[in-house]
Design a protein around this ligand. Structure first.
Ligand code: UDP
Length: 309
Protein backbone atom coordinates (compact mmCIF):
# COMPACT_ATOMS: atom_id res chain seq x y z
CA UNK A 1 0.00 0.00 0.00
CA UNK A 2 1.33 3.39 -0.98
CA UNK A 3 0.34 7.01 -0.31
CA UNK A 4 0.14 8.84 -3.60
CA UNK A 5 -0.30 12.53 -4.36
CA UNK A 6 -2.11 13.31 -7.62
CA UNK A 7 -1.91 16.89 -8.86
CA UNK A 8 -4.92 17.55 -11.06
CA UNK A 9 -6.63 14.89 -8.95
CA UNK A 10 -10.13 16.28 -9.64
CA UNK A 11 -9.65 16.32 -13.40
CA UNK A 12 -10.70 13.80 -16.02
CA UNK A 13 -7.58 11.63 -15.94
CA UNK A 14 -6.53 12.46 -12.36
CA UNK A 15 -9.88 11.38 -10.92
CA UNK A 16 -9.94 8.08 -12.81
CA UNK A 17 -6.36 7.47 -11.74
CA UNK A 18 -7.32 8.14 -8.12
CA UNK A 19 -10.17 5.63 -8.35
CA UNK A 20 -7.82 2.97 -9.76
CA UNK A 21 -5.26 3.56 -7.00
CA UNK A 22 -7.92 3.45 -4.26
CA UNK A 23 -9.33 0.25 -5.78
CA UNK A 24 -6.00 -1.49 -5.35
CA UNK A 25 -5.64 -0.29 -1.76
CA UNK A 26 -3.43 2.78 -2.12
CA UNK A 27 -4.11 6.06 -0.34
CA UNK A 28 -4.75 9.09 -2.53
CA UNK A 29 -4.14 12.76 -1.82
CA UNK A 30 -5.78 14.72 -4.64
CA UNK A 31 -4.65 18.30 -5.20
CA UNK A 32 -6.45 20.51 -7.70
CA UNK A 33 -7.15 24.22 -8.15
CA UNK A 34 -10.49 23.33 -9.81
CA UNK A 35 -9.87 25.55 -12.81
CA UNK A 36 -10.70 22.71 -15.20
CA UNK A 37 -11.14 19.98 -12.57
CA UNK A 38 -14.42 19.49 -10.72
CA UNK A 39 -15.26 18.08 -7.28
CA UNK A 40 -18.10 16.16 -8.93
CA UNK A 41 -15.39 13.87 -10.35
CA UNK A 42 -14.20 12.89 -6.87
CA UNK A 43 -17.17 13.39 -4.52
CA UNK A 44 -17.88 9.64 -4.52
CA UNK A 45 -14.56 9.26 -2.66
CA UNK A 46 -15.22 11.85 0.04
CA UNK A 47 -16.32 9.22 2.58
CA UNK A 48 -13.28 7.05 1.89
CA UNK A 49 -10.69 7.22 4.69
CA UNK A 50 -7.95 6.59 2.13
CA UNK A 51 -8.84 9.70 0.14
CA UNK A 52 -8.30 13.38 0.80
CA UNK A 53 -8.68 16.47 -1.35
CA UNK A 54 -6.86 19.79 -1.13
CA UNK A 55 -7.76 22.76 -3.26
CA UNK A 56 -4.48 24.39 -4.23
CA UNK A 57 -2.65 25.76 -7.25
CA UNK A 58 0.49 23.64 -7.61
CA UNK A 59 2.12 26.38 -9.72
CA UNK A 60 2.41 28.46 -6.54
CA UNK A 61 3.43 25.95 -3.90
CA UNK A 62 2.95 22.29 -3.09
CA UNK A 63 3.35 20.71 0.29
CA UNK A 64 1.67 17.60 1.67
CA UNK A 65 2.33 16.62 5.28
CA UNK A 66 3.21 13.03 6.15
CA UNK A 67 4.74 10.22 4.20
CA UNK A 68 4.41 10.24 0.41
CA UNK A 69 5.45 7.33 -1.82
CA UNK A 70 4.73 8.87 -5.22
CA UNK A 71 3.81 12.23 -6.73
CA UNK A 72 1.87 11.96 -9.98
CA UNK A 73 1.74 15.30 -11.78
CA UNK A 74 -1.44 15.52 -13.84
CA UNK A 75 -2.37 19.16 -13.23
CA UNK A 76 -2.75 21.18 -16.45
CA UNK A 77 -5.40 22.53 -18.74
CA UNK A 78 -5.45 19.79 -21.38
CA UNK A 79 -7.99 20.75 -24.02
CA UNK A 80 -6.87 23.13 -26.80
CA UNK A 81 -9.71 25.55 -25.97
CA UNK A 82 -8.54 25.63 -22.33
CA UNK A 83 -4.89 26.21 -22.96
CA UNK A 84 -5.65 28.81 -25.59
CA UNK A 85 -7.79 30.64 -23.03
CA UNK A 86 -5.24 30.19 -20.21
CA UNK A 87 -1.86 30.30 -21.95
CA UNK A 88 0.11 31.66 -19.01
CA UNK A 89 -1.41 29.27 -16.45
CA UNK A 90 -0.69 26.41 -18.84
CA UNK A 91 2.96 27.43 -19.13
CA UNK A 92 3.18 27.92 -15.38
CA UNK A 93 1.74 24.57 -14.36
CA UNK A 94 3.96 22.75 -16.86
CA UNK A 95 7.06 24.58 -15.61
CA UNK A 96 6.63 25.92 -12.06
CA UNK A 97 4.00 23.30 -11.20
CA UNK A 98 6.31 20.54 -12.40
CA UNK A 99 9.19 22.02 -10.43
CA UNK A 100 7.10 22.21 -7.25
CA UNK A 101 5.83 18.65 -7.75
CA UNK A 102 9.37 17.39 -8.31
CA UNK A 103 10.47 19.28 -5.21
CA UNK A 104 7.79 17.53 -3.14
CA UNK A 105 8.85 14.13 -4.52
CA UNK A 106 12.51 14.86 -3.73
CA UNK A 107 11.74 16.06 -0.19
CA UNK A 108 9.69 12.91 0.47
CA UNK A 109 12.10 10.58 -1.32
CA UNK A 110 9.09 9.58 -3.43
CA UNK A 111 8.70 8.43 -7.01
CA UNK A 112 7.72 11.12 -9.50
CA UNK A 113 5.37 10.43 -12.40
CA UNK A 114 5.05 13.06 -15.15
CA UNK A 115 1.90 13.14 -17.26
CA UNK A 116 3.30 14.25 -20.59
CA UNK A 117 1.59 14.19 -23.94
CA UNK A 118 1.70 13.20 -27.59
CA UNK A 119 1.73 16.97 -28.18
CA UNK A 120 5.49 16.84 -27.59
CA UNK A 121 5.58 15.38 -31.13
CA UNK A 122 3.75 18.47 -32.49
CA UNK A 123 2.57 18.01 -36.08
CA UNK A 124 4.63 14.84 -36.49
CA UNK A 125 6.78 14.12 -39.51
CA UNK A 126 7.25 10.52 -38.35
CA UNK A 127 4.27 8.15 -38.31
CA UNK A 128 3.44 6.35 -36.08
CA UNK A 129 5.27 8.24 -33.34
CA UNK A 130 7.98 6.36 -31.45
CA UNK A 131 9.45 7.73 -28.23
CA UNK A 132 12.71 8.40 -30.10
CA UNK A 133 11.05 10.99 -32.35
CA UNK A 134 11.92 14.53 -31.18
CA UNK A 135 8.87 16.19 -32.62
CA UNK A 136 7.84 19.08 -34.81
CA UNK A 137 6.51 21.81 -32.53
CA UNK A 138 5.94 25.49 -33.28
CA UNK A 139 7.13 27.11 -30.03
CA UNK A 140 5.42 30.46 -30.70
CA UNK A 141 2.14 29.14 -32.15
CA UNK A 142 -1.01 29.03 -30.02
CA UNK A 143 -0.47 25.37 -29.04
CA UNK A 144 3.15 26.06 -28.09
CA UNK A 145 2.11 27.02 -24.56
CA UNK A 146 1.02 23.45 -23.88
CA UNK A 147 3.52 21.62 -26.05
CA UNK A 148 6.57 23.51 -24.82
CA UNK A 149 5.44 23.42 -21.19
CA UNK A 150 5.20 19.64 -21.41
CA UNK A 151 8.54 19.40 -23.23
CA UNK A 152 10.11 21.53 -20.49
CA UNK A 153 8.43 19.32 -17.89
CA UNK A 154 9.99 16.22 -19.45
CA UNK A 155 13.42 17.90 -19.47
CA UNK A 156 13.00 18.96 -15.84
CA UNK A 157 11.88 15.47 -14.82
CA UNK A 158 14.87 13.90 -16.54
CA UNK A 159 17.23 16.43 -14.90
CA UNK A 160 15.89 15.49 -11.44
CA UNK A 161 16.45 11.87 -12.38
CA UNK A 162 20.02 12.28 -13.60
CA UNK A 163 21.14 15.06 -11.24
CA UNK A 164 19.27 14.19 -8.03
CA UNK A 165 18.80 10.46 -8.62
CA UNK A 166 15.02 10.83 -8.29
CA UNK A 167 13.05 7.76 -9.38
CA UNK A 168 10.98 9.20 -12.24
CA UNK A 169 8.50 8.12 -14.92
CA UNK A 170 7.32 9.98 -18.01
CA UNK A 171 4.16 8.92 -19.80
CA UNK A 172 3.23 10.41 -23.18
CA UNK A 173 -0.54 10.34 -23.23
CA UNK A 174 -2.38 10.18 -26.56
CA UNK A 175 -5.99 11.29 -27.08
CA UNK A 176 -8.02 9.77 -24.27
CA UNK A 177 -11.79 9.84 -23.85
CA UNK A 178 -14.48 8.56 -21.52
CA UNK A 179 -16.86 9.51 -18.73
CA UNK A 180 -16.07 12.72 -16.76
CA UNK A 181 -14.93 14.69 -19.77
CA UNK A 182 -16.76 17.98 -19.43
CA UNK A 183 -19.64 18.46 -21.88
CA UNK A 184 -18.05 21.77 -22.91
CA UNK A 185 -14.52 20.35 -22.80
CA UNK A 186 -13.99 21.26 -26.46
CA UNK A 187 -12.26 18.05 -27.43
CA UNK A 188 -13.51 16.13 -30.37
CA UNK A 189 -15.09 13.05 -28.74
CA UNK A 190 -17.07 15.00 -26.15
CA UNK A 191 -18.04 17.68 -28.67
CA UNK A 192 -19.37 15.19 -31.21
CA UNK A 193 -21.29 13.14 -28.63
CA UNK A 194 -22.86 16.20 -27.01
CA UNK A 195 -23.77 17.61 -30.42
CA UNK A 196 -25.19 14.32 -31.72
CA UNK A 197 -27.29 13.78 -28.56
CA UNK A 198 -28.76 17.28 -28.89
CA UNK A 199 -29.31 16.99 -32.65
CA UNK A 200 -27.01 20.00 -33.10
CA UNK A 201 -24.61 20.35 -36.04
CA UNK A 202 -21.44 18.24 -35.77
CA UNK A 203 -18.48 20.62 -35.97
CA UNK A 204 -15.65 19.17 -38.04
CA UNK A 205 -12.62 21.44 -38.07
CA UNK A 206 -10.87 21.42 -41.45
CA UNK A 207 -11.92 18.77 -43.97
CA UNK A 208 -11.96 15.95 -41.44
CA UNK A 209 -9.05 14.03 -43.00
CA UNK A 210 -6.77 14.66 -40.01
CA UNK A 211 -6.36 11.59 -37.83
CA UNK A 212 -6.26 10.80 -34.13
CA UNK A 213 -5.95 7.54 -32.20
CA UNK A 214 -8.39 7.35 -29.31
CA UNK A 215 -7.77 5.47 -26.08
CA UNK A 216 -10.55 4.67 -23.61
CA UNK A 217 -9.76 6.09 -20.17
CA UNK A 218 -9.83 2.73 -18.37
CA UNK A 219 -7.11 1.34 -20.66
CA UNK A 220 -5.10 4.53 -20.33
CA UNK A 221 -5.16 4.43 -16.51
CA UNK A 222 -4.16 0.75 -16.51
CA UNK A 223 -1.14 1.83 -18.55
CA UNK A 224 -0.29 4.55 -15.98
CA UNK A 225 -0.28 1.98 -13.16
CA UNK A 226 1.88 -0.43 -15.17
CA UNK A 227 4.40 2.35 -15.80
CA UNK A 228 4.30 3.57 -12.20
CA UNK A 229 5.04 0.05 -10.97
CA UNK A 230 7.87 -0.45 -13.49
CA UNK A 231 11.42 0.85 -13.27
CA UNK A 232 11.41 2.64 -16.63
CA UNK A 233 12.74 6.17 -16.50
CA UNK A 234 12.55 7.07 -20.18
CA UNK A 235 9.31 8.29 -21.80
CA UNK A 236 6.70 5.69 -22.74
CA UNK A 237 3.77 6.22 -25.11
CA UNK A 238 0.43 5.08 -23.71
CA UNK A 239 -2.35 5.24 -26.28
CA UNK A 240 -4.51 3.15 -28.54
CA UNK A 241 -2.95 2.79 -32.00
CA UNK A 242 -6.37 2.44 -33.67
CA UNK A 243 -6.27 5.46 -36.00
CA UNK A 244 -9.35 7.23 -37.36
CA UNK A 245 -10.00 10.34 -39.40
CA UNK A 246 -12.11 12.96 -37.66
CA UNK A 247 -14.72 12.49 -40.41
CA UNK A 248 -14.89 8.76 -39.58
CA UNK A 249 -15.35 9.58 -35.90
CA UNK A 250 -18.19 11.99 -36.74
CA UNK A 251 -19.90 9.36 -38.87
CA UNK A 252 -19.55 6.69 -36.18
CA UNK A 253 -20.91 8.91 -33.40
CA UNK A 254 -23.90 10.05 -35.49
CA UNK A 255 -24.67 6.45 -36.45
CA UNK A 256 -24.34 5.07 -32.93
CA UNK A 257 -26.63 7.74 -31.48
CA UNK A 258 -28.95 7.50 -34.50
CA UNK A 259 -28.80 11.27 -34.50
CA UNK A 260 -30.39 13.73 -36.89
CA UNK A 261 -27.31 15.99 -36.64
CA UNK A 262 -25.77 17.27 -39.85
CA UNK A 263 -22.03 17.43 -40.32
CA UNK A 264 -20.67 20.98 -40.73
CA UNK A 265 -17.16 22.14 -41.59
CA UNK A 266 -15.21 24.91 -39.85
CA UNK A 267 -11.73 26.40 -39.95
CA UNK A 268 -8.93 24.13 -38.84
CA UNK A 269 -7.26 25.58 -35.71
CA UNK A 270 -3.70 26.86 -36.17
CA UNK A 271 -1.02 24.14 -35.99
CA UNK A 272 -3.63 21.38 -35.61
CA UNK A 273 -1.63 18.15 -36.15
CA UNK A 274 -2.58 16.31 -39.36
CA UNK A 275 -1.97 12.83 -37.99
CA UNK A 276 -1.27 11.11 -34.73
CA UNK A 277 -0.81 7.48 -33.78
CA UNK A 278 1.30 5.98 -31.01
CA UNK A 279 3.90 3.32 -31.57
CA UNK A 280 3.28 1.27 -28.42
CA UNK A 281 6.07 -1.29 -28.85
CA UNK A 282 7.73 -0.10 -25.63
CA UNK A 283 4.53 -0.21 -23.57
CA UNK A 284 3.74 -3.67 -24.90
CA UNK A 285 7.22 -5.17 -24.54
CA UNK A 286 8.37 -3.46 -21.34
CA UNK A 287 5.07 -3.13 -19.44
CA UNK A 288 3.01 -5.93 -20.98
CA UNK A 289 0.34 -3.30 -21.65
CA UNK A 290 -2.02 -3.16 -24.61
CA UNK A 291 -5.35 -1.36 -24.87
CA UNK A 292 -8.35 -3.67 -24.74
CA UNK A 293 -11.34 -1.43 -25.33
CA UNK A 294 -11.77 -0.51 -28.95
CA UNK A 295 -13.40 2.68 -30.18
CA UNK A 296 -16.97 1.44 -30.59
CA UNK A 297 -17.18 -0.07 -27.11
CA UNK A 298 -15.52 2.95 -25.52
CA UNK A 299 -17.88 5.29 -27.37
CA UNK A 300 -20.88 3.27 -26.19
CA UNK A 301 -19.83 3.77 -22.56
CA UNK A 302 -19.04 7.44 -23.12
CA UNK A 303 -22.34 8.09 -24.90
CA UNK A 304 -24.14 6.44 -21.99
CA UNK A 305 -22.37 8.83 -19.60
CA UNK A 306 -23.22 11.99 -21.55
CA UNK A 307 -26.81 10.83 -22.08
CA UNK A 308 -27.18 10.45 -18.29
CA UNK A 309 -26.09 14.04 -17.48
N1 UDP B 1 -11.98 18.71 -33.79
C1 UDP B 1 -13.07 18.82 -34.63
N2 UDP B 1 -14.25 19.28 -34.10
C2 UDP B 1 -14.39 19.58 -32.79
C3 UDP B 1 -13.28 19.45 -31.93
C4 UDP B 1 -12.08 19.01 -32.47
O1 UDP B 1 -13.00 18.55 -35.83
O2 UDP B 1 -15.49 19.98 -32.40
C5 UDP B 1 -10.72 18.21 -34.36
C6 UDP B 1 -9.49 19.05 -34.05
O3 UDP B 1 -9.33 20.07 -34.98
C7 UDP B 1 -8.40 17.99 -34.13
C8 UDP B 1 -9.08 16.72 -33.64
O4 UDP B 1 -10.47 16.94 -33.79
O5 UDP B 1 -7.97 17.81 -35.45
C9 UDP B 1 -8.78 16.38 -32.20
O6 UDP B 1 -9.02 17.53 -31.43
P1 UDP B 1 -8.99 17.54 -29.85
O7 UDP B 1 -9.22 18.94 -29.43
O8 UDP B 1 -9.90 16.50 -29.33
O9 UDP B 1 -7.53 17.05 -29.46
P2 UDP B 1 -6.04 17.34 -30.04
O10 UDP B 1 -5.60 16.00 -30.49
O11 UDP B 1 -6.11 18.29 -31.20
O12 UDP B 1 -5.32 17.88 -28.89
Amino acid sequence: MARIVITGGAGFLGSHLGDALLARGDEVVAVDNLVTGDTRNIEHNFGNAGFSFHQADVSNYLWVPGEVDAVMHFASPASPIDYLEMPIQTLKVGSLGTHNSLGLAKAKDAKFFMASTSEVYGDPLVHPQTEEYWGNVNPVGPRGVYDEAKRFAEAMTMAYHTHHGLDTRIVRIFNTYGPRMRPNDGRVVSNFIVQALAGDPITIYGDGTQTRSFCYVEDEVRGFLALLDSDINHPVNIGNPGEFTIAQLAELVVEMINSSSEVTYHDLPTDDPMQRKPDITKATELLGWTPEIQLKEGLERTIEYFASL
